[in-house]
Design a binder for this molecule. Structure first.
Ligand code: GLN
Length: 295
């Protein structure tokens, strides 16, 4: 039989993934082949006619089998791309979504507009992707990122180190604002960003298999209506913000109204802005802290 070249393998795996309903079949095939051959994606194309040896073929076959069973390719290769940055992942963290880039974009826009040195808090940091992307794109800020999961924080620490941000991102373990409470009198944030769990019980049952069977449910599930995390975070946010500080929350696309209501109920925020994702769905709610008027 003729040799399996990189080109032939890419085409074969892409067709196979398409048949099996794997997301982004070509990209997934490139990621796996690149991983097994230790080549960058672009290098696959500059080595198109290179034959692949039997040992690599055997390893590749295993990964292709697992991916065809809907195990996320990002977990198989141990990283993904977010905001044009390579971010390490493991099954302890949610795989960064393109939707979350809207949160980063707005955060970076806000920091640039404010100018000067800014202090940022990132709750539910998971892989640390949001904190890392903000720090990379706005050099003049310091970030404290928290997560309840120590396994997640290990991955976040790896990402902070990978991007050389150890002196600008500090990681702390605990539930939402809990690890910040001891510093409440000394540290107020100009910006708090959060991508909390926001999937309702009923939505969870309908998620794709690759999400439901492989990603950490604790990073996704937030009670019967998916709003539990917001109910805990929103009432506490204001006391951690500077006088004109801003809270930016990623939301499920049907949650803008409910989350805006939770913000309004605190009495601490001006009417929120809602930002859309690339599919024109509501994705981020932005609350500006009202100036406290002393009477
Ligand atoms: N958008 C994610 C999903 O549907 C959920 C992310 C989250 O709960 N923070 O898979």
């Amino acid at each position: 039989m003729a040799d399996w070249t990189i080109q032939k393998l890419l085409n074969w795996i892409t067709d196979y993934f398409t048949q099996k309903g794997v997301d982004s079949p070509r990209l997934s095939a490139e990621m796996l082949l690149g991983y097994v051959l230790n080549l960058k994606r672009i290098e696959l194309y500059t080595n198109f006619d290179k034959p692949v040896d039997a040992a690599d073929l055997a390893r590749l076959r295993e990964y292709v089998k697992r991916a065809a069973e809907h195990e996320p390719v990002a977990y198989l290769v141990g990283h993904t791309e977010f905001y044009s940055l390579e971010i390490d992942v493991s099954p302890a963290v949610l795989i960064p979504r393109p939707d979350t880039e809207v949160l980063v974009e707005n955060a970076v826009g806000f920091l640039r507009q404010q100018g000067g040195r800014r202090f940022v808090c990132d709750l539910c940091t998971g892989s640390g992707c949001v904190a890392v992307a903000i720090a990379k794109n706005h050099p003049d800020c310091k970030i404290i990122a928290t997560d309840v999961s120590s396994d997640a924080l290990e991955i976040a620490a790896a990402n902070v180190a990978k991007h050389g941000l150890e002196d600008r991102i500090e990681l702390r373990q605990g539930h939402f604002f809990e690890p910040l409470l001891p510093y409440l009198d000394k540290q107020r944030f100009d910006l708090i960003v959060v991508n909390p769990p926001y999937v309702s019980d009923s939505e969870y049952a309908g998620l794709d298999r690759n999400v439901r069977d492989y990603e950490p449910s604790s990073a996704l599930l937030a009670g019967q209506d998916g709003l539990d995390a917001y109910r805990q975070i929103i009432p506490q946010a204001s006391e951690h913000l500077t006088d004109d500080g801003v809270l930016m929350l990623e939301i499920g696309y049907e949650q803008a109204e409910a989350v805006s209501r939770l913000l309004a109920e605190t009495g601490d925020f001006s009417p929120p802005q809602v930002k859309k994702d690339t599919a024109s769905r509501d994705r981020v709610v932005i609350g500006l802290k009202k100036k406290q008027v002393c009477v």
